[in-house]
Design a binder for this molecule. Structure first.
Ligand SMILES: N[C@@H](CCC(=O)N[C@@H](CS)C(=O)NCC(=O)O)C(=O)O
Length: 264
């Protein structure tokens, strides 16, 4: 019996971009529904284990499996990849890949999100950003309720909390330095000679900071970003870690590897 694979996502979410990249790379056919933040809970609350997106529902007849975390979705995608040299979590590097993946998820994900929304949440592009890809009624209601959605997100992520933006940028700079330290020996990827989940996660979660070409989410044109934001973006793009992100998008984002029959 054929499986149906459904990605439940939030349009602007960089964690959802991470999941999408892994699924695309492994050649997995899936259907995606994008939601406006806040409305997503209507679709995720009933599934159990928190309301965050991405969630992947793999169903076969009456039975279904739920994957709750972006890294679990990458692992699922990896199980579908045929050759060891294409694996996102290759067995020889698994421990260090997982350590980087966890670190990026815990630090880069939240701090890039908070830093970016600090500049964009009350800007003129916010409707396009938050409502991208959503159904007609969500876009309509999103437009009507935008002030409430913004206020909810501001509270949820502590966006305008005094000192938060500076603290987030500091954490981002520290991680950029850590990544630069390992890339300094000339290796092509964070864990060595092979593209892994560490590179994918780092690049996807830096999306709203560096706006790489090929990023799978609505991009606010850099010349229309607030000056302070654009200056940080442009200067971080020039660092070793920033260049790595742009290169991963250029060379790996739309690369498909050989897949095997779907494994669950
Ligand atoms: N650890 C989670 C984090 C996902 C996450 O924080 N998603 C945000 C969007 S960027 C979200 O869904 N927030 C709303 C909620 O938690 O209900 C993962 O890796 O999947």
């Amino acid at each position: 019996m054929a499986s149906k694979i459904h990605l439940i996502s939030i349009g602007p979410s960089h964690y959802c971009e991470k999941a999408r990249w892994g699924l695309d790379r492994a050649g997995i056919l899936y259907q995606e529904t994008k939601h406006v933040p806040v409305f997503h809970v209507l679709y995720t609350r009933g599934l159990g284990q928190g309301t965050s997106c991405p969630k992947l529902v793999v169903s076969e007849g009456e039975r279904y499996q739920l994957l709750n975390e972006s890294s679990d979705i990458l692992q699922f995608a990896d199980n579908n990849i045929k050759y060891e040299e294409d694996h996102l979590y290759p067995s020889t590097l698994k421990q260090s890949v997982q350590e980087w993946d966890i670190k990026f998820n815990q630090i880069v994900g939240p701090h890039v999100r908070r830093w970016s929304y600090y500049y964009l949440l009350y800007g003129k592009h916010i409707y396009q950003l938050l409502c991208q890809g959503a159904s007609g009624w969500q876009r309509w209601l999103g437009w009507l309720l935008m002030p409430l959605i913004k206020s909810h997100m501001n509270k949820l992520y502590g966006i305008k909390r005094p000192g938060a933006k500076e603290c987030s940028l500091e954490k981002i700079r520290q991680i950029f330095q850590e990544v630069a330290n390992v890339l300094a020996d000339g290796r092509p990827f964070i864990c060595g000679d092979q593209f892994t989940a560490a590179d994918l996660t780092f690049a996807a979660l830096c999306g709203p900071l560096l706006w790489p070409k090929g990023y799978g989410i609505y991009q606010v044109p850099i010349e229309q970003c607030p000056t302070e934001m654009a200056e940080v973006t442009l200067s971080l793009r020039e660092t070793l870690a920033g260049k790595h992100v742009l290169k991963m998008y250029e060379t790996q984002r739309y690369k498909k590897v050989t897949s095997k029959e779907l494994v669950r």
